[in-house]
Design a protein around this ligand. Structure first.
Ligand code: GLU
Length: 486
């Protein structure tokens, strides 16, 4: 029987949930789900200085929003918990003791000032700790520690030889041991470093595939050495390329928003977000660009992961979001707009579906709905826009003519036998002919009267949604306004 695949996403709760991290989560999720395995969330909160209250909750919210469900984690529990590193301190200490006992780690009493001096003096040369405390007799070191002398625990890296591992995406990677620092494993505050905690946890949580961002490649040799020192078999490693800005720098919020919840607030659909992330880092067998999370899961393959840093492209992302908005059934889109808070309070319920149907084609973000649909909810001011301008912005018609036209429009609408788009358009065309107006000019006057805007959803469909009573009231009000036109 083969071992069950277990993957994990291990966010540090130091800020907003980063979109790059969601990409890593997506791949971990897809691979676990495809293999019938389990996907774990582990919170790496050992850096107390950078800890941000609420970051864990936001991360879990982002995962849930994208439907990247996890089987084990701080919120749902599981057999390998606890899933927050700050709740596992005794476990790391116990393993550090094991390493000290076997001589694979040692206590270091060097003060921060000495280490800073050392770093300063090393500019341009080989950097790293000079291993001074490695020479201290372990019994002596244990006595000093017991007496309360502050210290760290460092990994005793073999001075010679090489450390190697195979990256599932990049092949074999070999590092000379002499270039690896004697990594701190336990800090003087008793907390483990990332390196210590990640190795112990990946092992104890049974993680079979460590799938993470490329920036961690440089740390992997240290992790391999730690596995060796603890007498453990390391997991398999896959380092995913970082998502980049167009200038190839690492995706940063100076160029593009990186908080995935920002995309939610803007009205990106979760379907579009996972689709875009899947598209960035991976190609589908048929080069398909629009696909569901489930399709991604089914087609995901390590062979098709791009190892060159994909470039984040907001225009493409928006385009894809528009595609997903158009793919939703109208009632579902309306429900989403409502549940995500994009329908302004007091929006008339009986016009919502109609407005959504007419705007669906135009929205790239759900957030645009409130403004785009404003005239479905309430009357907007007409201003002088009723005076249809020519190309140079001068009125095409005199105010008196517009006044007369609005009055005629009112009676045509009041007497319309049927209230539907085709009948309304036919009536307005007939009136334009009778008045000797170009239909487009008359339609603009009507459009401004009804919507308060010169550009809107298709006029007669919009009027159908608004209904006779509301349209008549608006045209009447516009009629009183034309009295004040210059
Ligand atoms: N805590 C690390 C992060 O924030 C996890 C790195 C890893 O996956 O090993 O990305």
């Amino acid at each position: 029987m083969t071992e069950t695949v277990r993957t994990r996403i291990a966010p540090s709760p130091t800020g907003d949930p980063h979109i790059g991290n969601m990409y890593v989560a997506l791949v971990n999720w897809a691979f676990a789900r495809q293999s019938g395995g389990r996907f774990i969330v582990r919170i790496e909160d050992t850096d107390r200085a950078r800890f941000v209250e609420g970051a864990e909750r936001m991360f879990l919210e982002a995962l849930a929003w994208l439907c990247l469900t996890h089987d084990e984690g701080p919120d749902v529990g599981g057999p390998a918990g606890p899933y927050r590193q700050s709740e596992r301190l005794a476990i790391y200490r116990e393993h550090a003791e094991r390493l000290l006992a076997s001589g694979r780690a040692y206590r270091c009493f060097c003060a921060a000032e000495r280490l800073a001096e050392l770093r300063k003096s090393q500019k341009g040369e080989v950097t790293g700790y000079d291993r001074r405390c490695r020479a201290i007799d372990p019994a002596d070191a244990a006595r000093r520690a017991a007496a309360g002398q502050p210290h760290t625990v460092r990994l005793a890296v073999p001075p010679e030889g090489q450390t190697r591992f195979t990256d599932g995406l990049r092949g074999e990677i070999v590092i000379e041991n002499r270039s690896i620092d004697d990594q701190v494993l336990i800090k003087s505050d008793g907390y483990p470093t990332y390196h210590m905690a990640v190795v112990v946890d990946d092992r104890l949580m049974g993680v079979t595939h460590v799938v993470r961002a490329e920036e961690w490649i440089v740390s992997t040799p240290k992790h391999i050495l730690l596995y060796e020192a603890l007498g453990w078999q390391p997991p398999l490693y896959y380092h995913l390329p970082l998502i980049r800005n167009p200038d190839r720098s690492k995706l940063s919020k100076r160029r593009n928003p990186t908080n995935v919840l920002w995309y939610r607030q803007e009205g990106f659909l979760p379907e579009a977000v996972v689709n875009y992330l899947g598209l960035l880092g991976h190609s589908m067998p048929d080069q398909r660009e629009v696909f569901t999370l489930d399709e991604f899961r089914a087609e995901f393959s390590w062979r098709r992961v791009n190892t060159t840093g994909p470039v984040f492209d907001m225009d493409k992302f928006e385009w894809l979001n528009g595609m997903w908005i158009r793919r939703l059934p109208v009632d579902e889109l309306a429900a989403r707009l409502r549940s995500e808070g994009f329908v302004p309070e007091g929006f008339p319920q009986d016009r919502l579906l109609g407005a959504v149907r007419l705007l669906q084609e135009r929205l790239k973000r759900l957030k645009e709905f409130a403004d785009a649909a404003a005239y479905f909810a309430a009357r907007l001011p007409y201003e002088a826009a009723l005076l249809v301008p020519d190309k140079k912005g001068k009125p095409l018609k005199a105010a008196a003519e517009v006044r007369a036209a609005v009055a005629e429009l009112r009676s045509v609408l009041a007497c319309a036998a049927e209230w539907n788009a085709a009948a309304l358009e036919a009536g307005a065309r007939a009136l334009a002919e009778r008045l000797g107006w170009k239909p487009a000019d008359l339609f603009t006057v009507l459009r401004v009267a009804v919507t308060g805007r010169r550009v809107s959803t298709p006029l007669f469909e919009t009027m159908e949604v608004l209904g006779r009573e509301e349209c008549l009231a608006r045209v009447e009000e516009a009629g009183t306004r034309t009295g004040t036109l210059p």
